[in-house]
Ligand binder design. Structure first.
Ligand code: ADP
Ligand code: ADP
Length: 228
């Protein structure tokens, strides 16, 4: 469970998050939307400690993200994050991209990590590409590898920051389909996206941001009902 409580953040004198409070319960899918520059990306990155914040508190399964004694790398390893740009290691094969952190961070054996990688690549439809390098794959394929890499760590939650906005339109659905499956399996997810079709299909709640504030946080049926 992710609890965001009264979080505020400034870059110098500019406030980018203003008293943000929301939560993502276990198994829940929360979609964060709002205009460009409203703080969506910053908010989601505070959850795994990629963006520090000055006020408030964030708890991930009860562990405080901002506390000085928190083992941030350990926490971050358990929260899968997928960005707009694919951020795969270009010099490693697809399989190596998936096994690296499993062996280095989780201490899995090479065999164990490779088996897990194979199962996840099969799941996202890319087993046939396991020995290729990221540059040999399409954007949609690379993003599916990035999702599989995050899942290989057995995350307690997945964060997505506009995962389809850098893709050619014909590749958007192959990535969204993987995310829809994950949501339906009960993965806890916080997703920044403009894909309202996706939100409508799987979001439990929609958080709407404007100028650093959460101005709307409601049940997705209520949110979409109102748009009609
Ligand atoms: P969104 O994801 O909603 O487009 P962001 O979280 O990326 O919004 O950005 C929120 C605001 O913070 C924007 O005004 C942006 O320009 C500003 N911002 C983001 N990163 C930085 C930074 N490193 N330094 C200063 N301002 C930043
Ligand atoms: P995103 O698409 O994830 O919101 P952006 O494209 O807004 O990211 O920003 C890309 C990078 O530039 C981020 O590292 C962000 O922190 C930084 N950045 C964004 N806006 C500003 C700004 N006004 N001043 C300085 N850095 C910024």
């Amino acid at each position: 469970m992710i609890e965001i409580k009264h979080v505020s953040k400034w870059y110098g004198a500019t406030q980018v998050l203003d008293d943000c409070t929301t939560q993502v319960s276990n198994g829940e899918v929360v979609v964060v939307c709002g205009p460009s520059g409203s703080g969506k990306s910053t908010l989601i990155k505070t959850v795994n400690g990629l963006e520090p914040f000055q006020k408030g508190e964030i708890l991930v399964d009860g562990v405080s993200v901002g506390a000085p004694d928190t083992n941030l790398p350990k926490l971050r390893a358990r929260i899968g994050m997928v960005f707009q740009s694919f951020e795969l290691f270009p010099h490693l094969t697809v399989t190596q991209n998936l096994t690296l952190a499993q062996t280095k961070v989780l201490g899995r054996s090479q065999e164990e990590a490779a088996a897990r990688a194979g199962a996840l690549l099969e799941r996202v439809g890319l087993l046939a590409h396991k020995d290729k390098f990221p540059g040999q794959l399409s954007g949609g394929q690379q993003q599916r590898v990035a999702i599989a890499r995050a899942l290989a760590m057995d995350p307690i939650a997945m964060l997505f920051d506009e995962p389809t906005s850098a893709l050619d339109p014909e590749m958007v659905n192959e990535v969204l389909d993987v995310m829809v499956d994950l949501a339906r399996e009960g993965m806890t997810m916080m997703v920044v996206t403009h894909e309202m079709g996706f939100a409508r299909k799987v979001a439990d709640r929609v958080v709407f941001m404007d100028a650093g504030k959460i101005v709307e946080d409601c049940d997705s049926e209520a949110f979409f009902g109102r748009l009609e």
